[in-house]
Design a protein around this ligand. Sequence first.
Ligand code: DAT
Ligand code: MG
Length: 140
Amino acid sequence: MANTLGIVKPDGVRRKLVGNIMGRIENVGLILRGLKVVRLEKEEARKFYAVHEGKPFFNSLIEFMTSGPIVVMVIGGHDSIERWRDLMGATDPAKARYNTIRREFGTSVEKNVVHGSDSPVTARAEVAFFFKDDEILPKE
Ligand code: DAT
Ligand code: MG
């Protein structure tokens, strides 16, 4: 029952997709345990995406992720990591399955609307990046 981190990226917030995305999370029985709207500083974004430092798309990704507010979510429930990534779809919207968030709303590999942690280790670290323990609803 581990929690995972979800982000609605600046393109999703700008295009008013937050409600739609949260609806999808609730509709499959995942649980919102934490929620906030934040605007990342460049340094914070570089730290969050440190694993991608040095890649050709890194600077552009940082520019994009700091271009406007984002919504960060702690998502819980059984298999939350995998199920949230299933809702998101593949990184490249053109290759994502139908009915996924990225397929429906993504406009490029970079502007792909949402983020999701990819393993229990990264989920733990990414949730802690944005949320203190007392900002997360405990499991029932
Ligand atoms: P994911 O977000 O599906 O976990 P990732 O961790 O490989 O994908 O990459 C993180 C983000 O970086 C991704 O959501 C968008 C951007 N990105 C990845 N590969 C890219 C590429 N080839 N060109 C542009 N942006 C890319
Ligand atoms: Mg990733």
